[in-house]
Ligand binder design. Structure first.
Ligand code: ATP
Ligand code: MG
Length: 248
C-alpha cells in the first residue's frame, strides 16, 4: 500500500482540488483507493457528497484506527472509498502530542488499511503542525501545489528547509505548479526557474480554470463531470506521472 498526501503550508493553493481528482483518477486506473479528508474544513468530503464522520474517541493509535475504519464510506465511484472529515480532527495535534513516538503514529495507524487498499490519498489542512510531521513521515509521496508566485516560492523553500533541518527524506516531496496562468509573465518566469530548485518537481502543471471552481456546484471530481476539459486532462496527466509511486 502506498500513501500519497496533498500538502502545502499555504492555504488555498489547490490541495483539495488535487486530492479529489487524483483519488478519482487512481481508482479509475484500477487502484483500490481510500481518500482521507484530514482537514476539519471538510471540503473533500463536501465534493464527494459524504456526510461528516461520526464522532469517535481518539485516545491512542488503536482507537484512532478503529474510529477511522468505522467511518469509511463508499463514494459514488467504483474503487474509491472516503473517510470524511470530522471537527474532532482539530484535536489531532494534541492527541498526537500525548503519544509516545508522536511524530510517527499516523503511519502505524494507516498500516491497518493495508489489506484493503492499494493507495491512500490524504487531503491535508494548510499549516505546519505535529499532524503535518506525521503526514511527512507516513507518506511515500507528498504532492505540493505551488502557484507560480513569489510568496509560493518562499513557502516551498520553507518546506524544503524544514525537511533538511529535520533530516526527512526530501525525495518524497513532489511539488507541481497549480492554478497556472500562461498569460501571466511572472508565472512564466517562475515556472522557468523554480523546477531547478528541487529534483522531484513534477512536469505536469494544473492550469487555472473556472471548471475547477465549478466543482463546488457540481460536487463531483472534474474528471467525472468534464473529463475532456483542459484541467481534467492535466489532473489525469499528473496521476499518470505519479502512478509508478502509487503502485504497491
Ligand atoms: N486549477 C484551478 N483553477 C481555478 N480555481 C481553482 C483551481 N484549483 C483550485 N481552485 C479554486 O481555488 C480555491 C481553493 O482551492 P482548494 O480548496 O483546492 O485549495 P486548498 O489548498 O485545498 O485550500 P485550503 O488550504 O483552504 O484547504 C477553491 O475555490 C477552488 O475551487
Ligand atoms: Mg483544502
Amino acid at each position: 500500500m502506498k500513501i500519497i498526501s496533498s500538502y502545502s503550508i499555504k492555504g488555498g493553493v489547490g490541495k483539495t482540488a488535487l486530492s479529489v481528482n487524483l483519488s478519482y483518477a487512481l481508482a479509475e486506473a484500477g487502484r483500490r483507493t481510500l481518500l482521507i479528508d484530514l482537514d476539519p474544513q471538510g471540503a473533500a468530503s463536501f465534493y464527494f457528497r459524504v456526510e461528516s464522520a461520526k464522532k469517535f474517541k481518539m485516545r491512542d493509535a488503536n482507537s484512532m484506527a478503529e474510529g477511522l475504519r468505522a467511518n469509511i464510506r463508499e463514494s459514488d465511484f467504483p474503487g474509491l472509498d472516503i473517510i470524511p472529515s470530522n471537527l474532532e480532527y482539530r484535536r489531532l495535534d494534541i492527541l498526537l502530542d500525548g503519544m509516545a513516538k508522536s511524530r510517527k503514529q499516523l503511519r502505524s495507524v494507516l498500516e491497518e488499511f493495508k489489506p484493503d487498499y492499494d493507495v491512500i490519498v490524504m487531503d491535508c489542512p494548510p499549516n505546519i503542525t505535529l499532524l503535518s510531521e506525521n503526514v511527512f513521515r507516513a507518506s511515500d509521496s507528498i504532492l505540493v501545489p505551488v502557484i507560480p508566485t513569489v510568496l509560493s516560492r518562499r513557502t516551498l523553500e520553507q518546506l524544503l528547509g524544514f525537511f533538511r533541518d529535520e533530516e526527512l527524506p526530501g525525495k518524497r516531496l513532489r511539488p507541481f505548479f497549480s492554478m497556472v496562468q500562461k498569460r501571466n509573465k511572472m508565472h512564466r518566469e517562475l515556472m522557468a526557474e523554480l523546477p531547478a530548485s528541487h529534483p522531484g518537481f513534477l512536469k505536469t502543471a494544473i492550469p487555472f480554470s473556472v471548471d475547477v471552481e465549478k466543482m463546488g456546484l457540481r460536487r463531483m471530481p472534474l474528471l467525472a463531470s468534464s473529463p475532456s476539459s483542459e484541467a481534467a486532462r492535466a489532473y489525469r496527466a499528473l496521476c499518470d506521472e505519479i502512478l509508478p509511486s502509487a503502485t504497491p
